[in-house]
Design a protein around this ligand. Structure first.
Ligand code: ADP
Ligand code: MG
Length: 221
């Protein structure tokens, strides 16, 4: 469950979010589109509790995880150590073996088995992205928030990431909220797309209901 109730947010005199109301609960992949500066990151940060709305509220249950634009992997830890860090903070030792198995399965599904003991600096952009995704899923979130997950990836890698993100999250039963200025990517991956412009929702579509969602959304851009 994830619901945004009439959220307003300003920084000094700049109005960034102006009455955002949206229920994301029923979406599997929820796309947040909009030009740079439209408020996408701010809305994601409000959902995550990293920013407090001036007015309105965010309702959610279950764990929520945030995948950062620049991945923020721990540079001094190997891939497997990155994956097990957060789960190991939980002191229930009997779960340790389960978490190791989960980490191995995720690495297998994401094509990272050969990178298990590698350090982040030796990984490509696409590999770092997949490690960040695996690490997020290790805490069994109900919702995964991704901010511009394809920035810094080339077109071929982006297509791979689209398919991987989608299949892995479907398997894990995770709702994804993806902010991106890349309409092609969002249309490929999302079942619903909301378009933000100057802090307001100006379009809200179910992608499968449109023959040409990109052109439709471009009219509101
Ligand atoms: P987007 O992710 O769609 O590019 P952002 O949410 O990052 O948009 O930013 C929307 C607007 O809010 C921009 O004008 C940005 O400069 C401003 N903004 C975002 N965060 C802050 C902040 N912490 N302090 C001041 N202004 C901010
Ligand atoms: Mg942003």
């Amino acid at each position: 469950m994830l619901k945004v109730n009439d959220v307003y947010k300003s920084f000094n005199d700049t109005k960034v979010l102006e009455g955002i109301a949206v229920d994301i609960s029923k979406s599997k992949v929820f796309g947040l589109a909009g030009p740079s500066g439209s408020g996408k990151s701010t809305l994601l940060r409000c959902m995550q509790g990293l920013e407090t709305p001036d007015r309105g509220s965010i309702e959610h249950n279950g764990k929520m995880c945030f995948m950062f634009q620049d991945f923020q992997l721990f540079p001094h830890m190997t891939v497997i150590q990155n994956l097990l860090y957060a789960p190991n903070l939980n002191k229930k030792k009997h779960k340790k073996h389960d978490k190791e198995q989960q980490a191995n399965a995720l690495m297998r599904n994401l094509g990272l088995e050969s990178k298990k003991h590698a350090y982040p600096k030796s990984l490509s952009g696409g590999e770092k992205q997949r490690v960040a995704l695996a690490r997020s899923l290790m805490i069994d979130p109900e919702t995964l928030l991704c901010d511009e997950p394809t920035s810094g990836l080339d077109v071929a890698t982006t297509t791979d990431v689209v398919l991987l993100l989608k299949s892995v999250c479907e398997t894990a039963g995770v709702t994804m909220v993806i902010a991106s200025h890349n309409l092609d990517f969002l249309t490929e991956i999302s079942d619903r797309i909301v378009l933000l412009k100057s802090g307001k929702i100006v379009a809200d579509i179910e992608t499968r209901m449109h023959d040409d969602p990109i052109n439709y959304l471009k009219k509101y851009y």
